[in-house]
Design a binder for this molecule. Structure first.
Ligand SMILES: [Zn+2]
Length: 335
């Protein structure tokens, strides 16, 4: 399977684990995005009525025939779905406009309507929970491999190759979607698996339109206002995510009074800044918030790079490395 972020490949990974055949075109789109993409028309289930694309609601209208969505031999629909699934060969440029219109439509509905977004995430969760525990583990490992492979493959592509791709995707959006997926998968929880897979589905189907979602939500689909990370590129970000032990800390201040210089402590209960509270010290291992009375732990296990890490209790800082960084700074200043 090629290392590309395409809806067809992302979904194929799922069906392979379950050992079932990947549904065909319309059914494959319908299975994960249901009525966001396809409007199922009333029918007796036994009549072949050709599907069509409606400019009115930016969806494909189709009927069910013997249990499956009927796609007929319609060339336009075949090209349109081929474009969305992204793995069909030939005629890839055709129906580009309508595919983009459909993706814009989905993004708009999801972003303007949190209950629809939640329904999509819940549905993704239900689909994944058809797997037993072994299958879940296998799926998680396959997705982690997939994320690494598509990141590396992308990294090796030239700028013109990336721009010339069918249905191209801006680096910034690709990186954000894939990093969010990797972050969630790397939590190694069922929730993380579901959310990570949701990012892969959204990124692969929506391509550039996914930017509206990556800019709006963090990897846990919480709304955020944050700048794109300072890390320069996806490969080094993934390296840091998967191998945090390879990284050293640096400290370049001159505060040797504090146990954890430059660490900004927030109350776990009310969120207020503890550093600015009267008499605050980080030397006792605990601090009672003067605002709400909550007793906060003040130790390295409660130091995180960002709020998302803190919420997921991931990648807390290493006491030994903190001390080493301070010692290096002391030596540096005394030389
Ligand atoms: Zn508080």
């Amino acid at each position: 399977m090629p290392n590309e972020l395409r809806y067809g490949y992302v979904t194929q990974l799922y069906y392979e684990i379950l050992g079932i055949e990947t549904p065909r075109q319309l059914d494959l789109l319908d299975e994960w995005f249901s009525d966001l993409l396809i409007k199922e028309e009333e029918s007796d289930g036994n009549t072949k009525i050709p599907p069509f694309f409606s400019e009115q609601d930016s969806r494909i209208h189709a009927v069910r025939y013997h249990g499956r969505l009927y796609s007929g031999a319609d060339e336009i629909i075949a090209q349109l779905t081929g474009r969305l699934i992204g793995t069909a060969k030939g005629n890839r440029e055709k129906q580009r406009r309508n595919a983009v219109v459909m993706c814009k439509h989905i993004t708009r509905v999801l972003c303007e309507n949190w209950s629809r977004f939640e329904a999509f995430l819940n549905h993704t969760g239900e689909m994944i929970l058809r797997m037993d525990e072994d299958q879940l583990n296998e799926f998680l490992n396959k997705l982690l491999d997939f994320v690494k492979e598509i990141a590396l493959a992308r990294n090796e592509m030239s700028e013109s190759e990336r721009d010339g791709e069918p249905f191209p995707m801006d680096d910034e959006i690709f990186d954000a979607a894939v990093y969010n997926a990797a972050y969630q998968l790397n939590l190694c929880t069922v929730d993380g698996l579901v959310q990570g897979y949701a990012w892969l589905l959204l990124g692969s189907l929506l391509r550039n339109e996914c930017g509206r979602i990556t800019r709006r939500f963090d990897s846990s689909f919480n709304e955020v206002n944050r700048m794109p990370s300072e890390e320069p590129d996806l490969i080094s970000k993934l390296d840091c995510l998967f191998f945090p032990e390879d990284y050293e800390y640096t400290y370049d201040g001159d505060d040797f009074e504090s146990k954890y210089p430059d660490i900004h402590w927030q109350c776990d209960q009310c969120g207020t800044s503890l550093n600015s509270q009267e008499g605050f010290t980080d030397r006792y291992g605990k601090w009672q918030c003067r605002l709400c009375g909550y007793v906060n732990d003040i130790d390295e296990e409660h130091i995180f790079e960002n709020n998302e890490d803190a919420e997921n209790r991931r990648n807390h800082m290493d006491a030994q490395k903190i001390r080493e960084a301070i010692e290096r700074r002391k030596t540096q200043l005394s030389e």
